[in-house]
Design a protein around this ligand. Structure first.
Ligand SMILES: Cc1cc2nc3c(=O)[nH]c(=O)nc-3n(C[C@H](O)[C@H](O)[C@H](O)COP(=O)(O)OP(=O)(O)OC[C@H]3O[C@@H](n4cnc5c(N)ncnc54)[C@H](O)[C@@H]3O)c2cc1C
Ligand code: FES
Length: 305
C-alpha cells in the first residue's frame, strides 16, 4: 500500500475539456514517485484550495457567482484520472467538474502554480486477474478513477480486457470528448487513447444507448452471453447508480466493487464525517469510514441510503 504524504505539487497544465469540466495535471518531485509508485486506481488526494484565487468574475459560471465568494476552510477530495512518470517525478491527472467554491477556484490554476495535496489516501480497486473482462461502470463524474483503472489494467494485466460503460443524464453531462463511429457507435476519445473499448449511455438518449448505464451493461452481458466468473464489475458514480450496479451484479452473480462518495472533512480518519453503513459486524460495527476503509468497497457489503 502506498504511503500517504503531504506534497507541494506544481501545476503543469489546467484546461477546460468541455463546458463545466476541467483537467489539471499536477507534477510531484521525486519524493512523489515513492508515494505514488504503487497507487491504486480509486485512491484519492485531499487538495488545499483555500489559497487559490478566484478567476475573473466574467469567467465564473453565472449560477456560481454568489457561491464562489464563500471561504473555503477544508481540503477537497479528488481521485486521479491517470498517474504517469513525469520528467522530474510523477504527474497526476485530476479531472474535475466545476460546481462550487473550490472547483471554481481551481479554474484559475496556471502552469507553475503550487498546490498542497495529501495523498494517496484510502483504498482503491483490487483487480481480479483471473477474470477475463473488467467492466467499468461510470456515472457522471464517476469517470476519473475508472479511466485510471482502465489504463492500469491495460499496463499490468494484459490477460484482462477492460470495457467501459459511461453513463450520464444527457450528452452535456458526460465529462468526455464523445465521438460517433459507424462501427463502434458512440465512444469516449479518452478511453480510445488508452486502448479501452467504451460504450455511452444517456438517460434521455441524446447520445449512445438510451437508458441507464446499468441497462446498457445488462444488454451487453446478454448479447455476449458472459459467464459470471468471467467478469468483474468496477463502479463509480451517484449512489443510486451504485445500488443499481450491485443489484445487477447480484442478479448475474458477478463480483462487484463500488467507489462510494461522502463529504470528507479530513480524509485521514479523524473527523468521522464520512461514514458508510455496511452489512459487516466486526470490531468497528457496521459503520466504516469512506476515507480509510474505502472509498472502494465490495458492493455486497454496502447498505445504500
Ligand atoms: C473520494 C472522492 C473522490 C472524488 N473525486 C472527484 C474527481 O475526481 N473529480 C471531481 O470533480 N470531483 C470529485 N469528488 C467530489 C469533489 O470532492 C467535490 O466535487 C468537491 O469537493 C466540490 O467542492 P466545491 O467547493 O467546488 O463544491 P461544494 O460547495 O463543496 O459542493 C457543491 C455541491 O456538490 C455537493 N458535494 C460536494 N462534495 C461532495 C461529495 N464528496 N459527495 C457528495 N456531494 C458532494 C455539495 O453538497 C454541493 O451540493 C470526489 C469526492 C470524493 C469523496
Ligand atoms: S473524512 Fe474525516 S474521518 Fe473520513
Amino acid at each position: 500500500m502506498a504511503l500517504r504524504r503531504l506534497f507541494t505539487a506544481t501545476v503543469y497544465r489546467n484546461c477546460q475539456i468541455r463546458p463545466g469540466y476541467w483537467r489539471a495535471d499536477l507534477d510531484l518531485d521525486s519524493s512523489g514517485c515513492e508515494a505514488f509508485s504503487e497507487v491504486q486506481p480509486g485512491q484519492f488526494a485531499e487538495l488545499r484550495v483555500s489559497d487559490i484565487s478566484l478567476p475573473p468574475a466574467q469567467e465564473v459560471p453565472a449560477n456560481l457567482r454568489d457561491l464562489a465568494q464563500r471561504n473555503i476552510i477544508l481540503r477537497r477530495p479528488f481521485s486521479f484520472c491517470d498517474v504517469h512518470a513525469g520528467p522530474k517525478g510523477i504527474r497526476i491527472g485530476v479531472l474535475y467538474c466545476v460546481l462550487g467554491p473550490a472547483t471554481v477556484r481551481m479554474m484559475s490554476l496556471a502552469r507553475g502554480d503550487q498546490v498542497s495535496l495529501i495523498g494517496p489516501l484510502g483504498k482503491g480497486y483490487t483487480v481480479s486477474p483471473e477474470k477475463k473482462y473488467a467492466l467499468l461502470l461510470a456515472g457522471g463524474m464517476g469517470a476519473p478513477p475508472l479511466m485510471h483503472l482502465g489504463e492500469y489494467i491495460r499496463a499490468r494485466y494484459p490477460e484482462v480486457t477492460p470495457i467501459a460503460f459511461l453513463g450520464a443524464r444527457s450528452l452535456e453531462h458526460l465529462p468526455y470528448d464523445v465521438h460517433i463511429d459507424n462501427e463502434k457507435g458512440a465512444y469516449a476519445a479518452e478511453y480510445d487513447r488508452i486502448g479501452v473499448e467504451s460504450h455511452i449511455a444517456t438517460d434521455d438518449g441524446s447520445i449512445g444507448f438510451r437508458g441507464f448505464v446499468t441497462q446498457c451493461v445488462e444488454q451487453w452481458l446478454k448479447e455476449q452471453a458472459i459467464q459470471p466468473e468471467e467478469a468483474g464489475l468496477y463502479s463509480c458514480g451517484p449512489e443510486v447508480m451504485l445500488a443499481a450496479t450491485v443489484a445487477l451484479a447480484d442478479k448475474y452473480g458477478i463480483a462487484c466493487q463500488v467507489s462510494m462518495e461522502r463529504m470528507m472533512a479530513c480524509g485521514i480518519g479523524l473527523c468521522q464525517s464520512c461514514v458508510v453503513a455496511t452489512k459487516g459486524k466486526g470490531e468497528t460495527g457496521p459503520y466504516k469510514l469512506c476515507c480509510m476503509d474505502g472509498p472502494v468497497f465490495d458492493g455486497k457489503d454496502v447498505v445504500f441510503e
